[in-house]
Design a binder for this molecule. Structure first.
Ligand code: COA
Length: 254
C-alpha cells in the first residue's frame, strides 16, 4: 500500500500519512506524491477542501533522516520544495488532524493549514537546530508572527516538543480533542467547508493570506538555500548518523 493514501469523498480530498513503521517520516517519493495530490486538488473543481492526517498515535516524524543523509534535496524543483510551494499557494481550505508527534515539517506544514485539530497526545517540535539545521517552510517568518518572538525562539532555538494545550494557547491549533476522534472531527469540519460556496471560500482565504504570499514564497526559497547547504555540513551529518546509530550526537567539534 502507498505511503500516502489519497481519498476524495464529499468534496474533501484526504491525504493520510501511511508509513507507520517509520513513524510517518516523509521520503522524497512521498513528497512527490503529496505535491502531485496538492496540485490535482487545486485543479480539480470537485475537490473543495483538503484534509491532511496521520493516525491516532502519530502525525509525522518529519523528513526521513536516511534521505537527509543519503539523498538530500538538490534543486528548488525537488519534490519537497514542490510540495511546500503547492501548500503555500493552495487556494482552497486546508484542514489538519494531528495526533502524537508532529516533528519538523510535521509541525511547519500546519502554518499553511487553515484549521488544525489536535489530539491531546499531540507533541509538536521543530528540532532543526538540534540537527544542525535551520527552519524551513517559511517557519522562520510564520512562527514568530504567530507565537511572538520569545516563544518562537524557545520553540526554534531549543527545539523542544510542546504539547497540544501549549499549541492551543499560541493559536497553532483550533481545538484539542480525544485522539481517537481527531480524524473524524477534522473530516466533519472539512465537509462543512466543502459544502460552502467555493468562490467565497477562495476569495476569503486570499484576502486573509494573499498579502503575505510573496513574502512566504521568498522565505521558503531563502531558507532552502541555507538548509540545503547545512544538510551537507558536519554538524547535520553527525546528527543524522547519530540518529541512525541510535546514539546521542556529539557536537563538541561543531
Ligand atoms: N526518519 C527515518 N526514520 C525514522 C524517523 C525519521 N525522521 N523517525 C522515526 N524513524 C524510524 C526509526 O528509525 C525506527 O526505525 P526502526 O524500527 O527500523 O529502528 C522507527 O521509525 C520507530 O522510531 P522510534 O524512534 O523507535 O519511535 P518512538 O516512538 O520512540 O519515537 C519519534 C518517535 C517521532 C519521537 C522519534 O522517532 C523521532 O524523534 N524521530 C526523528 C524525528 C526527526 O528528527 N525528524 C527530522 C525533523 S527535521
Amino acid at each position: 500500500m502507498s505511503d500516502i493514501l489519497v481519498h476524495t469523498e464529499a468534496g474533501v480530498m484526504t491525504l493520510t500519512f501511511n508509513r507507520l513503521d517509520k513513524k510517518n517520516s516523509i521520503t522524497s517519493a512521498m513528497y512527490g506524491q503529496l505535491a502531485d495530490a496538492v496540485a490535482s486538488a487545486e485543479a480539480d473543481a470537485s475537490v473543495r477542501a483538503l484534509l491532511i492526517q496521520g493516525d491516532a498515535t502519530i502525525f509525522s516524524a518529519g523528513n526521513d533522516i536516511g534521505d537527509f543523509l543519503n539523498a538530500p534535496p538538490s534543486t528548488q524543483d525537488s519534490p519537497v520544495f514542490r510540495f511546500m510551494r503547492g501548500m503555500a499557494g493552495f487556494p482552497k481550505p486546508v484542514v489538519a488532524a494531528v495526533c502524537g508527534p508532529a516533528v519538523g515539517i510535521g509541525t511547519t506544514l500546519l502554518f499553511h493549514c487553515d484549521l488544525v485539530y489536535a489530539g491531546d497526545n499531540a507533541a509538536f517540535s521543530m528540532p532543526f537546530v538540534n540537527l544542525g539545521l535551520c527552519p524551513e517552510f517559511a517557519s522562520s517568518l510564520l512562527v514568530p508572527q504567530m507565537f511572538g518572538y520569545h516563544r518562537a525562539a524557545e520553540a526554534v532555538l531549543l527545539g523542544e516538543p510542546f504539547m497540544a494545550e501549549a499549541a492551543l494557547e499560541v493559536g497553532l491549533v483550533n481545538r484539542v480533542v480525544p485522539p481517537t476522534e481527531c480524524n473524524a472531527i477534522a473530516q466533519a469540519q472539512a465537509r462543512k467547508l466543502a459544502a460552502k460556496p467555493l468562490t467565497a471560500l477562495i476569495e476569503s482565504k486570499r484576502l486573509m493570506k494573499g498579502a503575505q504570499q510573496a513574502a512566504v514564497l521568498q522565505r521558503i526559497d531563502e531558507e532552502a538555500q541555507s538548509f540545503g547547504r547545512m544538510l551537507r555540513e558536519p554538524a547535520a551529518r553527525e546528527a543524522f548518523t547519530a540518529f541512525m546509530e541510535k546514539r546521542r550526537p556529539d557536537f563538541s567539534k561543531h
